[in-house]
Every structure is written in structure tokens, then in C-alpha cells.
Design a protein around this ligand. Structure first.
Ligand SMILES: [Zn+2]
Length: 317
């Protein structure tokens, strides 16, 4: 049995959007510490992510979007050398520092490398502990802490470079994955299923933009039992009928009870249950192939415990 891969890179820690920003490098430290202390790290195949080639970013993004972010990064570095500010904002909550460009390439590169290794059978499945996250990044726009859509890039890579014909994208972040929807809506090779608190940033997803999007908006204070029922009633039949050859997971853990960026009530056991259902689908239809990529999750202890629960299921511990 091939191991579960754990992709990360020290560059992903260097991206920082200002003091007190919830999408902070310490998120990765919390995950890493927890996995070491609980022993789960020992069971994982640790991999360093190579930067994504620019051509691969263009599987999901307009060339102009990639060029614009690169230009913004270059201008920032020049301005900093001349004594200018150390952050360049793309929206009020989303900023580049001098390391963001490289971190974003590593994050997308992790999802790509994980996809390659899982399809090659070198890994059973994989988790990418990377930042910046990706699911709000649209075809031509960075927003909501996201620059490049790591999951959409990897899904398109599996379709276009590896010749798969059906891939599923699953998004359990508390926020709607509007960027992934923007990129993949109407692509008949993709089924995307998600739930998200509504109304909540980015105030999208109702109605879905195309038939290949299964969006389940849920009210604040929705707890795990209700989410499990929705997943059983809506996600699983659609996933079963679609028979995906590979699953991609936008693994945000901000629907956790302790997370202040949303008001949902999931706990670690719910993330374990969700992961079990997805692993089941992957085993039945996709030879177990599943790549999970970190999105949100801002309460550090809850994030770390939830990732542990997710990985225990992926690694069959
Ligand atoms: Zn989120």
C-alpha cells in the first residue's frame, strides 16, 4: 500500500499579509506541531513542493492574471528597495509581500506534484499543507486571501495532462469556493460539490452558475449532524452517479465550531466522517485517488486537530 503524501514548503511560511491577519504562517506551524506530537507525521511521506510552471497556472487562469500578479510582485520588490511599503493589496483583506509570488507558485506546485504522484501510484493520496489558499481565486482575479486556484489548477492538470475524463472537486470550507466555480462551471468533465454558510463572504453560490455545481448554502449555526444529512442526501448520490476518476478536496477547516471567521458548528469528528465518505467514493470509483489541499481554518488549535482527523482517515491510521 502506497503512503499518504504530505506536501509543503518553507516558502509557504514567508507569505504574510500584515500583523494580526488570520491567514498567517502560524497556521502551518500549528498543523506541523500537532502532526509531530500525535505521531501522524511518522506515517506520512513528506514531500517538498516545486514551484508551479507558469504554463500550468494558465490551465485555470488568464495569462493576464498571472502576468499582473507577477508585475505587482516585481513592482513591490522595487518599491521596497526604494523605501516603499512592504505590502501590495489586491483587495482590503488580501495582500502580497515580497515572498507571496514564490509561496503562491509553491502552493499550486504542491497540488500539481501531489496529483502527479497519486496518478503514478507512488502515493495512495495526498494532503497539501500550503498557503496562500486558492478557492476564492477566480480565472482573472485574486481575492479573499487567494491568488492562484490550487485545486482548479490541479484538477485541470489531471484532465488535460493525464487524460482523465471525470474529476470531482469537493469543497467543505465555510466560505463558498467562488473562484473554483468561476473556473470550472460548465466544464462537463468536472463535478463540484460544496456546502457553505450563507449569507457569508463572498456572498455567491446561490444559485449555482452551472449544472456541474452542487452548492448547498446552510444558515449560521448549522452543526455537524445537519451537514452529514445534507452530504448523504445530496453529495453522495451525485458523486456516485458521476463516478469520478479522481477527487480533489478544497479542505478548509473554518466551518469548525471554534473558528470565528464563520459561525458553523463542525467538530473534528465531522471532518473525520466527511473524509471517510470521500475516501469511500475514491476507493469505489477512482482507485483511491484523492488530493486534498488546505484552504481556510483560522483557529489554530482547532485547525491543527481537524487536519489531524482528516489525515488519520486519509492515511488509514
Ligand atoms: Zn474559508
Amino acid at each position: 500500500m502506497a503512503p499518504t503524501g504530505y506536501f509543503t514548503h518553507p516558502d509557504c511560511r514567508k507569505h504574510r499579509m500584515g500583523d494580526g491577519h488570520p491567514e498567517c504562517p502560524e497556521r502551518l506551524d500549528a498543523i506541523e506541531d500537532r502532526l509531530l506530537i500525535c505521531g501522524v507525521a511518522d506515517a506520512l511521506q513528506r514531500m517538498e513542493a516545486a514551484p508551479a510552471p507558469l504554463a500550468d497556472l494558465e490551465l485555470a487562469h488568464d495569462r493576464m492574471h498571472v502576468a499582473a500578479l507577477r508585475g505587482l510582485s516585481d513592482a513591490l520588490v522595487e518599491d521596497m528597495a526604494a523605501g516603499g511599503p512592504s505590502l501590495a493589496h489586491v483587495d482590503p483583506d488580501t495582500a502580497m509581500n515580497e515572498h507571496t509570488w514564490t509561496a503562491a507558485l509553491r502552493a499550486a506546485g504542491a497540488a500539481l506534484a501531489a496529483t502527479d504522484a497519486v496518478i503514478a501510484g507512488e502515493l495512495a493520496n495526498a494532503f497539501c499543507a500550503v498557503r496562500p489558499p486558492g478557492h476564492h481565486a477566480c480565472r482573472d482575479r485574486a481575492m479573499g486571501f487567494c491568488f492562484f486556484n490550487n485545486v482548479a489548477i490541479a484538477a485541470r492538470h489531471a484532465l488535460q495532462r493525464h487524460g482523465l475524463t471525470r474529476v470531482a472537486v469537493v469543497d467543505f470550507d465555510v466560505h463558498h469556493g467562488n473562484g473554483t466555480e468561476d473556473i470550472l462551471a460548465g466544464d462537463p468533465r468536472v463535478l463540484m460539490v460544496g456546502f457553505f454558510q450563507h449569507p457569508l463572504y463572498p456572498y455567491s453560490g446561490t444559485p449555482p452558475r452551472a449544472d456541474n455545481m452542487l452548492n448547498l448554502p446552510v444558515p449560521p449555526y448549522t452543526r455537524g449532524a445537519a451537514v452529514r444529512e445534507l452530504v448523504e442526501r445530496h453529495w453522495l448520490p451525485r458523486l456516485e452517479a458521476f463516478e469520478p476518476q479522481m477527487l480533489f478536496v478544497s479542505a478548509g477547516f473554518d466551518a469548525h465550531r471554534d473558528d470565528d471567521l464563520g459561525q458553523m458548528g463542525l467538530v473534528e469528528a465531522d471532518y473525520a466522517w466527511l473524509t471517510e465518505r470521500l475516501v469511500d467514493v475514491a476507493r469505489r470509483h477512482a482507485g483511491g485517488r484523492l488530493v486534498s489541499v488546505l484552504e481556510g481554518g483560522y483557529n489554530l488549535p482547532a485547525l491543527a486537530r481537524s487536519v489531524e482527523a482528516h489525515l488519520r482517515v486519509l492515511a488509514d491510521l
